[in-house]
Design a binder for this molecule. Structure first.
Ligand code: ZN
Length: 226
């Protein structure tokens, strides 16, 4: 049916009835969208498998995280509870950016223990040099009266720009996926009283290593080292 519509579109002449022209155009749009959508959907299993985002693994992580947090809170090592589910959203955002050819840094924001927004680096996608993962996430969250009960999740240690924003708004807790591929400004954040929780997450490291190997010049551009 759709193929017939496409063929019909190719055969249209200026004098054909408007209804027939409209139907053919709709069929064409459906075919193009369907092709794009099916190609995108077919990539999901490869992305999730590559970055270990299976549902059972997330369940295990959440249980292990709750136990680890309970132990750390009992020892007085962390001030604020945080959600593994929100961190997983940040990881998903990072993987999404990589699948778009962008810098794989994802971020998520909890306020009062609930996820309010997420985002990823959009330097390549939007040609926006300040759209780091954390900045995109905070922009998506819109105006917040206070960040006093906020937790910001990021797959990579925040750079000076993002750390400055965290300090500016008084975000008290930052959960960091990894700081091995980029050290960021963790000590500066800590010196300003921010509770920085490092996870040493292998998936975040794999995403960044893959990107740094594939697009070294874009990465150098993103951190101002060209
Ligand atoms: Zn940044």
């Amino acid at each position: 049916m759709v193929i017939l519509g496409i063929l019909r579109t190719l055969w249209l002449r200026p004098g054909d009835p408007p209804a027939e022209r409209a139907l053919s155009a709709i069929a064409l749009v459906f075919l193009i969208n369907g092709t794009i959508l099916s190609r995108w959907i077919s990539r999901i299993p490869a992305i999730t498998e590559r970055h270990g985002l299976g549902k059972s693994e997330i369940g295990q992580l959440i249980r292990a995280n709750h136990q680890w947090q309970d132990e750390r809170q009992a020892r007085g090592e962390i001030m604020t509870a945080w959600n593994q589910e929100s961190f997983e959203e940040a990881v998903r955002q990072a993987a999404k950016s990589l699948s778009e050819g962008g810098v794989p840094v994802g971020s998520a924001l909890d306020i009062d223990g609930s996820l309010v927004a997420s985002g990823h680096n959009r330097r390549v996608q939007d040609g926006d040099p300040i759209a780091h993962g954390e900045m995109s996430c905070l922009r998506a969250a819109g105006r917040q009266r206070s960040y006093r009960d906020a937790v910001l999740y990021t797959t990579l240690a925040p750079c000076a720009m993002c750390a400055g924003t965290i300090i500016q708004f008084g975000i008290p807790t930052v959960v960091v996926g990894e700081s091995e591929t980029f050290p960021g400004e963790l000590e500066w954040l800590r010196s300003r009283g921010v509770d920085v929780i490092e996870l040493d997450d292998d998936r975040c490291k794999r995403l960044m290593s893959e990107f740094q190997e594939r697009y070294p010049e874009v990465w150098a551009e993103d951190i101002g080292e060209v």
